[in-house]
Design a protein around this ligand. Sequence first.
Ligand code: ZN
Length: 140
Amino acid sequence: MYPRGSNNVQLNFSGLGCWLTLFGMIWLLGAVGLGWLVKSIAVLTGLVIIAPVIGFLGFRWWLGRNLVEGACPVCQNPMTGLNNLQTQCLNCGTPLQGTRDGFKRATQAGTVEVSAVEIDEDGASKTVTVEVLPPLDDPN
Ligand SMILES: [Zn+2]
């Protein structure tokens, strides 16, 4: 039994009011049979904290499996890309396909590229450069 004249207890509570309210709410929810709500909120909070960690680890695992490091088959420029994804060589602009073994040209073997067409106004001078690409070493 507390003496009616004393306010010391209330003064001590003022700093902890926030926490007491929180614990009071949890206790109240548990008392009225809503303990599952407290538990589900705790589980949700845990998921919110854990999900990004799992996502990050999963992404790292996926990246480790699908990251392709190799050299451009045309200009030997070192490259990084993703497996089964088309990319382009930053050095020579050749379209490339990432595979587990490295990079391959995305174009078929024997593709004819016309690299430059220049026609003067009078039509007297024409310069047409046709380049036949070398076939792939690997017939696959
Ligand atoms: Zn290249």
